[in-house]
Ligand binder design. Sequence first.
Ligand SMILES: [Zn+2]
Length: 282
Amino acid sequence: MRTKIIFSDKCLEYGTRWHTEGLERVEIAAKILKERGYEFLKPEPASEKNILSVHEAHYIEEIKRGQIGDLDTPAYENIYEYAGLAAGGAILAAKTKGFSLMRPPGHHAGRSGPALGVQTKGFCYLNNIAIAVKYLGKLTLILDIDGHHGNGTEEIFSGNANVIYLSLHRYPYYPGTGFESKGNCFNFPLEAECGEEVYLKTLENALRKIDLGKIEVVAVSAGFDGHRGDLASLGLTEKSFWEIGKQIAKLQKPTFFVLEGGYIGENVGKDIDGLLKGLKIA
Ligand SMILES: [Zn+2]
């Protein structure tokens, strides 16, 4: 069965044209995926109970009141509603083994905002994938293929026996974390523009090294800013994401995907299609 895309036009309603995390990146990606025949599902907002499973109550109040601005992550009007809907998209992806194409992204958001001593929240308000993983409550591998380290996700799940966090990312680079592995968090820093061969080999070795025997679900923090020319370029292409999909398929676990970064809409759409096709072919 083809993976369904979780999406609502509502996530195009906030933001400004000048911001890197703009609406075109998902608007164009959604158009490409519709043209390629994907079925779309509409999410409901995550409940406050679901959000509280990850974030501190005072932080949730701050988002509601708009006391959250940093230069990267502005206090847009009604941003709590948009962030809650993106978190709901992640939950629906978890329920349906789908792909949430919602914005804003989430993996830099920690329990109460900036995570692991990082100054900004990197376009993230609520940690969508963490909320979905907590919702499922299963033994989960979070595979973070965004070009940046998911410092928020690592902070939230560090020491959690139910979750393995595995991230490949550009380093040294924003957010500056993820240089080494610790406990249940496995980090693989990569040089800028390292290219597909190095990336795929690193991923293959990482997945082989980690004991996935008890893992019930794979949750993919699906970021595409490692694509050549994007914000955290690792020199990857559409074909690279197809190969990544094939490696994920070999794990033979129920899998869902949550959009993180990726700022060139046309690439995001094509990369998602490649990733999901790879998943079905292996
Ligand atoms: Zn990123």
